[in-house]
Design a protein around this ligand. Structure first.
Ligand SMILES: Nc1ncnc2c1ncn2[C@@H]1O[C@H](COP(=O)(O)OP(=O)(O)OP(=O)(O)O)[C@@H](O)[C@H]1O
Ligand SMILES: [Mg+2]
Length: 221
């Protein structure tokens, strides 16, 4: 079992010389096999928190550990390994590559880390199947709906089987039926050995959350 422990976490940005702290002294823990929902209004520090968990941003204070790894203590090769292998981030804007087909988008992270092309393709097809898009594998993002593009982005994160799956506002660009599909899919991605963290202000996630985190109250402290 891997435990996520966020302890006394503070991030500080500087805006025109003024310090901005989206959260200050944030503390919580969660376990693999759980769906954690980080719910806060716009500017409440959701993307910031996911970036720290992904190893993309260093805090001013505090620590984050996952299993035996202190994420906030990583550097160099170990940090790269965390970003590439342990954490899978699905960005709000999908960040798909327009000139590549769905299966090429999904296999890209595997190819880039040295997986042979044939293996990468079969794993990418399996990931697309998992999100219900096997029949769109050859389509480029421009020929897919917003909900389908979102599912390609999920598949791209899942293909490396991350132990920590991070999704930033996964329903922000989706209409209601597609948003419901995304909520259901994310719930299905939770399993022993995997922790899913969703940053959102969509109330639909409250029904499926195992744990609800609001980073903002500590901000006023
Ligand atoms: N690079 C930066 N430099 C300065 N301030 C920043 C930077 N990134 C974020 N902030 C500030 O930190 C706060 C939290 O931003 P963050 O993007 O984490 O919020 P959010 O909850 O994801 O918001 P949204 O729901 O709008 O995506 C905001 O006040 C924002 O202006
Ligand atoms: Mg955000």
């Amino acid at each position: 079992m891997a435990e996520l422990v966020v302890d006394d976490l503070t991030v500080e940005y500087h805006d025109a010389g003024q310090p901005v702290r989206p959260f200050d002294g944030l503390t919580f823990s969660a376990r693999d096999g759980e769906l954690v929902v980080v719910k806060a209004p716009s500017g409440g520090g959701k993307t910031t928190l996911l970036c720290v968990l992904a190893g993309l941003l260093s805090p001013a204070k505090g620590s984050v550990s996952f299993g035996s790894t202190v994420i906030t203590g990583l550097s160099g090769r170990e940090l790269l390994e965390h970003r590439r292998r342990t954490a899978g981030m699905v960005f709000q804007s999908f960040n798909l590559i327009a000139s590549l087909s769905a299966v090429e988008n999904v296999s890209a992270p595997l190819v880039l880390t040295g997986t042979p092309a044939r293996t990468a393709k079969s794993r990418a097809l399996a990931a697309l199947e998992q999100v219900g898009l096997a029949d769109r594998a050859s389509f480029r993002p421009g020929r897919l709906s917003g909900g389908q593009q979102q599912r390609v982005a999920f598949a791209r994160a899942l293909v490396r089987e991350p132990a920590l799956l991070l999704a930033d506002e996964p329903t922000a660009h989706l209409d209601s039926p597609n948003a419901r599909t995304a909520v259901t899919l994310l719930r299905e991605f939770v399993r022993p050995g995997r922790l899913v963290v969703v940053a959102t202000h969509d109330d639909r996630f409250l029904e499926v959350a195992d744990r609800l985190i609001d980073p903002s109250p500590a901000r006023a402290a």
